[in-house]
Design a protein around this ligand. Structure first.
Ligand code: CP
Ligand code: NVA
Length: 308
């Protein structure tokens, strides 16, 4: 059974194949042509954390493909009262055709996938957010920056940083990550990326100087300093991330053709300034829209694998 739990499991060819499919379906969608790629399919959508984009894009996406999405908040299903993942998986996957989960540890989604009869998609865990990166790369491709790509990720060494590590090391582009000391990326994930980079030719630079990372880059990106589940650390984090805001001074160091990306939600005045997120260089809303298209590509692709 093929799942979509992390880009670690995907080759460059497969990632590009899904993106090509997503671009084709996006064009159809833009022309209001909705083909029944997944007629009468049900997508179970389990959320253990809040969401705007992931929920709306998956629910709209499966509907446009001819199916229906079931929004399953852990507050409302027995999972939230302690029913094991393994039981939840064995029940839900007998009734639906595909499952998307947003949860805490990656091990929880792996547990679900182990027991699932249907493909499982990661809609964000503490470690990874692979569907977000599919939308991000789609946005980069659309503006032609996928050639000679140099991405600067400034901020927390979190699920987004880890997903950038996977994408860069699989596709072979240069990635520079700058985090404050103590907020570095997970060492095991970095080691995996460095291993993949040997094959792809990706250059991965890890450091603590945001200006150094941004200098000459063609994509500048960041993420919230306080991820879901870290609310208690908010005050400390805001102090520790001092100097990491992506503002005009920082953006001026990037290439003059550089774009700014952010998975959203964004916290203006913290990881990004109002002027940068509202600037012409900012493609954050194109990026958010691409969640819909990229994920339709992922769903249709996974569904096709079942017939092989
Ligand atoms: N970027 C993202 O995943 O947004 P949501 O938390 O709103 O789904
Ligand atoms: N790193 C953030 C991303 C939100 C889409 C979080 O995990 O909360």
């Amino acid at each position: 059974m093929k799942h979509f739990l992390t880009l670690k499991d995907y080759t460059k060819d497969k990632i590009l194949e899904i993106l090509e499919l997503a671009a084709k379906i996006k064009l159809e969608t833009k022309n209001r042509v909705f083909k029944d790629y997944m007629p009468k399919h049900t997508l179970g959508m389990i959320f253990e954390k809040s969401s705007t984009r992931t929920r709306v894009s998956f629910e709209t996406g499966i509907y446009q493909l001819g199916g229906i999405g079931l929004f399953l908040s852990s507050n409302d299903i027995q999972l939230g009262r302690g029913e094991p993942m393994s039981d939840t998986s064995r029940v839900i996957s007998r009734m639906v055709d595909m499952v998307m989960i947003r949860t805490f540890e990656q091990s929880k989604i792996e547990e679900f996938a182990k027991y699932s009869k249907v493909p499982v998609i990661n809609g964000l865990t503490n470690e990874y957010h692979p569907v977000q990166l599919m939308a991000d790369y789609m946005t980069i491709q659309e503006v032609g920056l996928d050639k000679d790509l140099v991405v600067a990720y400034v901020g927390d060494g979190n699920n987004l940083a880890h997903s950038w590590l996977m994408l860069a090391s699989k596709l072979g582009f240069e990635l520079r990550i700058a985090t404050p000391k103590g907020y570095e990326v997970n060492q095991d994930i970095l080691n995996d990326a460095l291993e993949f980079a040997k094959e792809s030719g990706s250059k991965i630079i890890i450091g603590n100087d945001p200006k150094e990372a941004i200098k000459g880059s063609t994509v500048v990106t960041t993420d919230t300093w306080v991820s879901m589940g870290q609310e208690d650390e908010k005050e400390k984090r805001i102090k520790d991330f001092d100097g990491y805001i992506v503002d005009n001074t920082m953006m001026k160091l990037a290439s003059n053709k550089a774009i700014f990306l952010h998975c959203l939600p964004a916290y203006r005045g913290y990881e990004v300034s109002e002027e940068v997120i509202e600037s012409k260089q900012s493609l954050v809303f194109e990026e958010a829209e691409n969640r819909l298209h990229a994920q339709k590509g992922v769903m249709v692709w996974l569904n096709k694998q079942l017939k092989k």
